[in-house]
Each structure stands twice: as structure tokens, then as C-alpha cells.
Design a protein around this ligand. Structure first.
Ligand code: HXC
Length: 465
């Protein structure tokens, strides 16, 4: 055996040792119903496509696993459905995936690589937070890059275990958070600290489990039953997105051409303004092959934000959902939509507004909660967007929703369309008549008859497209 062969064999042995992990810790990880960092990368990416970086980096501080190569995070690049991505996967089997200086440096490096190469960044997170033995401050390396990277390449965070303390802000600064039922937890302070400070009793699941963060807080965007579905949804999501803000989203061949008729919508949207229906049925009919991916499906359900394709091209859909709060815009819906609109604008996804909206949700709680401040974010996002924008009024749009849902051409909307049955006015006919004819109605012998007649007149004269 020549010298170079001996060196190669030595290196390969080092790689074997560095990548095999601690069998006891791996067994503990599996007992927690979790995959290891390397198993996760294998299942998420195309077979054999992963190239690891910085395998031989060692922890900067002490700690039980001071000898562990890689410092508790696996970083590198790979392809997903043939398209390159940069990624990192925290390794909970090494000091609980906690973030020390070398660990943070590896993540920062792969983040820089994602930006330099214009490819999405994916974080697989499973970590006890800042490494207790190594001091603080290293999250700054990551947060700074999350912000500078925002709008340049898509940033996805898959929460596949704990994500506690400062660790939560990197996912929150990115674009999409995916959580898995039963194993994902996100919180700034855990149950023990909460008990000590406020006296409240809770568990990590109740505090920051996947269901809570997807449905109650709106922190996370996708709730998945297991890790495999989480990887599947990640792949599906990426398929709608360009690799970076200078590229167009990828087109997909479809049988559903641009001239396809969608008459079923007449059956789905009721004439009666008060009757609820499921806007998702309209979306299903409208988009290519009925395929769309809802973002924050469980949060602020009165507005739908979804990725879909029209004639093969990805678009972002923002749609009122009459099934919830009659499709009104409230604080949470405005926040949800504003964020989604800004993402679509950054990544060249045309915006389609499907409008059926009585306006902003009235109420003291909404006003005191700052609906003005939150609603403004949504209007700002629409007015700021430079991607193509089309609004379609399906049944009604009143008052502030005319601008709030960007129906008004003065909002910079490229095209506004309306079904012939749509009602469009400053306010609903009933409310308008009560204001305009208050005195006549008070004096009239048959006030109800007069009201009905005036409502009909108002509908015909003003409240139509
Ligand atoms: C060092 C850590 C660690 C940490 C976990 N471990 N978190 N080591 N620093 N932050 C180690 C544990 O000691 C343990 O080592 C191993 O990882 C596995 O942890 P377990 O506790 O056995 O696992 P589990 O029961 O699943 O609980 C996971 C956990 C818990 C919920 C994450 O470990 C935990 O509460 N850890 C501390 C979380 C925390 O307070 N982090 C600091 C947040 S402050 P052994 O040797 O026993 O196997 C923060 C501020 C940043 O992040 C601010 C930036 C702006």
C-alpha cells in the first residue's frame, strides 16, 4: 500500500467514526420517536445527493461530548427533486443539539453558501437552545443572516424536536415553519420558568406543541402528523418556489390550460349574501388539477393563503373564507395575509385575490387590539407589491375591503374582475338604506315595505359591478 492509499484509508476511517454517532444516544433518539439528523437528511433529499461540510469541526468549549466531531450539527448541500438546496440538521444526540460557537459557525457558513449560490436554505431543528457551557451570543450569527437573507432565498425551518429559548427566533425570522405532531415544541421559556414567574402550570406540549403553534399562535405554518409527511410537504412547498428572488417560479406541465371554463363556480357560490360556503371549493375548481397548498391552514381561517398553479405557473392566492367570521378581515387575518403577500412579492409569485368580504370585523376587542395597525400591514403589502395582481369579486365586497383586498384599481391592481351577481358598494344595502333614509323610514306608515323597496333600488343603482 502506497503512502497516499494509507492516508486515504486513514481519512475514510475518520469519516466513518465521525459520521456513525453514539449508538446509545441514537437509540435514545429513536425512543423519543425521532429520527437522527443524518436519517432526516437522507429522507428529505435526493438519494446520494448530500455533500457534508465541516464534518471535523469540534466543540469550542467543554461538555460531555467534547470529542464529538461535527459539534452537534450536520451541514451541507444536496438536491431535492433535482434542485439544489443548502441545509443544516441539528443532532440532538450530541449535547441535545445545543448551539455552541462552532455549531453556530457551521450554520452561519451554510447560510452564506445558500445566499452566494442563490438556493433555498432548510434548517432541521432539534435543539435544547444555547449551549449552557459555552455562553451566549452565537445566535446573533444566525439571526443576522436570517434577516439579511430574507427575500433573497426562501428559508424553511422544520421543527423536529425542541426549539427553545433564543432558538425560536431563527425560524420566526425565516419564511415557513413546519411542525410535527407529538415531537415539535417551540417556546421562549419552558414550563418551569413560567411556574416560577407567573405561577401558571403547563406542559411543553400545551405551551408550544405543534397544534398550539399552528392553530392558536400562528407561529408555525404547517402541521404534519409525522416526520415523513413533513419532508413530503417541504418538497411540495419548494416545488412552488423559485430558488431565489432573481428567478421565476418553476412551471409545471399541466392538462389544465388557461382557456379552461370553470362553470362549477356558479353552483358553489350562493346568490344569497348570508349563506356560507367553502371558498376552498372555488380554489379547487380554479387551479390546475385542483392542487393547492394552504399556508397557516389552521390559523385565521377567515382568510386563505395558498400556493397553486394557473396554466402551469405558480401563483399565490389570498381568498376570503365565508365559512369563518363571514370572511371578514380581522387582526390575525390581516397579519397572515400581509406576510404571505410580501413573500409572494419577494419571490415573483403573481397574486390572485378571490374576494367575498363584508369588510373589517367590527368590535371593541378588534379596535383595542389594533386592527388599524394590523390592517395597515395588509394594505401596505398590497400597495408595495410589484408582482402581477388580479382580483376577482365572487359575491360581495364592501367598504374598506375594496382597498383591503386590493379590488380597487387605485391600489395598483392590474385587473379587477367581478361575477355579474357580485355586490360592490361602500356598505351593504341594508346598512346603507338605514343611513340614507333614516328620516323617511321613521315617518313611513309601512317602514318595512319602504326599506325593502329602497334596498332593491340601492342594489340596482349602486351595489353591482
Ligand atoms: C447543553 C443540553 C442543553 C443545552 C439539552 N442538553 N439542552 N446541553 N446545553 N442547552 C443536553 C442534556 O443535558 C442531555 O444531556 C441531552 O442534551 C438530552 O437532553 P434531555 O434533557 O435528556 O432530553 P429531553 O428530556 O428530550 O429534553 C430536551 C429539553 C431539555 C426540553 C431541550 O434538555 C431542556 O430543557 N434543556 C435546556 C433548555 C434550555 O433552557 N436552553 C437554554 C435556552 S436559553 P445528557 O448528558 O443528560 O444526555 C437560550 C437563550 C439564547 O437559548 C438567547 C439568544 C438570543
Amino acid at each position: 500500500m502506497g503512502l497516499s492509499a494509507a492516508k486515504t484509508a486513514e481519512l475514510l476511517e475518520k469519516v466513518r467514526v465521525a459520521t456513525r454517532g453514539n449508538p446509545q444516544e441514537i437509540a435514545r433518539q429513536h425512543q423519543r420517536q425521532k429520527l437522527t439528523a443524518r436519517e432526516r437528511i437522507d429522507r428529505l433529499t435526493d438519494p446520494g445527493s448530500f455533500t457534508e461540510l465541516d464534518l471535523f469541526v469540534r466543540p469550542a468549549g467543554g461538555g460531555r461530548d467534547a470529542g464529538a466531531w461535527g459539534d452537534g450539527v450536520v451541514t451541507g448541500y444536496a438536491t431535492i427533486e433535482g434542485r439544489p438546496v443548502c441545509l443544516y440538521a441539528q443532532d440532538f444526540t450530541v449535547q441535545g443539539g445545543s448551539l455552541g460557537r462552532a455549531h453556530a459557525g457551521k450554520i452561519a457558513k451554510v447560510m452564506d453558501l445558500a445566499v452566494e449560490n442563490g438556493v433555498p436554505l432548510i434548517g432541521l431543528i432539534d435543539s435544547g437552545g444555547a449551549r449552557i457551557q459555552e455562553g451566549l451570543g452565537h445566535y446573533g450569527l444566525i439571526f443576522y443572516r436570517n434577516v439579511r437573507t430574507s427575500g433573497v432565498v426562501p428559508q424553511l425551518s422544520l421543527i423536529l424536536g425542541p426549539c427553545a429559548g433564543g432558538a425560536v427566533y431563527s425560524p420566526a425570522l425565516g419564511d415557513f415553519i413546519l411542525m410535527v405532531q407529538g415531537i415539535s415544541r417551540m417556546f421562549i421559556t419552558g414550563p418551569q420558568v413560567i411556574k416560577a414567574v407567573t405561577g401558571e402550570e403547563t406542559t411543553t406540549e400545551k405551551l408550544g406543541g405543534a397544534q398550539v403553534q399552528c392553530a392558536t399562535s400562528g407561529v408555525a405554518h404547517f402541521l404534519l402528523p409525522d416526520e415523513e409527511s413533513c419532508f413530503q410537504t417541504t418538497r411540495r412547498l419548494l416545488a412552488f418556489l423559485p430558488a431565489n428572488s432573481n428567478e421565476m417560479p418553476p412551471c409545471k406541465h399541466t392538462r389544465d390550460g388557461a382557456d379552461r371554463r370553470t362553470e362549477e363556480i356558479e353552483e358553489i357560490v350562493p346568490d344569497d349574501q348570508q349563506q356560507a360556503y367553502d371558498m376552498r371549493e372555488v380554489i379547487r375548481v380554479l387551479v390546475d388539477e385542483g392542487d393547492f397548498l394552504e399556508v397557516q391552514e389552521l390559523y385565521a381561517r377567515n382568510i386563505i393563503c395558498a400556493f397553486a398553479r394557473l396554466a402551469g405557473r405558480p401563483v399565490g392566492i389570498i381568498a376570503n373564507q365565508p365559512k369563518f367570521l363571514a370572511g371578514c378581515i380581522d387582526i390575525n387575518a390581516a397579519d397572515k395575509a400581509a406576510r404571505f403577500i410580501r413573500f409572494c412579492d419577494a419571490f415573483n409569485l403573481p397574486i390572485l385575490n378571490l374576494v367575498d368580504c363584508p369588510g373589517y370585523l367590527p368590535g371593541v376587542a378588534q379596535e383595542h387590539g389594533g386592527i388599524i395597525r394590523h390592517g395597515a400591514k395588509m394594505i401596505y403589502a398590497y400597495a408595495e407589491a410589484t408582482v402581477p395582481r388580479i382580483s376577482v369579486v365572487l359575491r360581495k365586497v364592501y367598504g374598506g375591503a375594496m382597498s383591503g383586498m386590493a379590488v380597487s384599481k387605485y391600489m395598483g391592481t392590474d385587473f379587477s374582475l367581478a361575477l355579474p351577481t357580485a355586490e360592490m358598494a361602500i356598505m351593504g344595502p341594508e346598512a346603507a338604506v338605514n343611513v340614507l333614509y333614516r328620516d323617511e323610514l321613521a315617518r313611513a306608515a309601512d317602514a318595512e315595505g319602504l326599506r325593502r323597496q329602497k334596498i332593491k333600488e340601492y342594489r340596482e343603482r349602486f351595489a353591482n359591478p
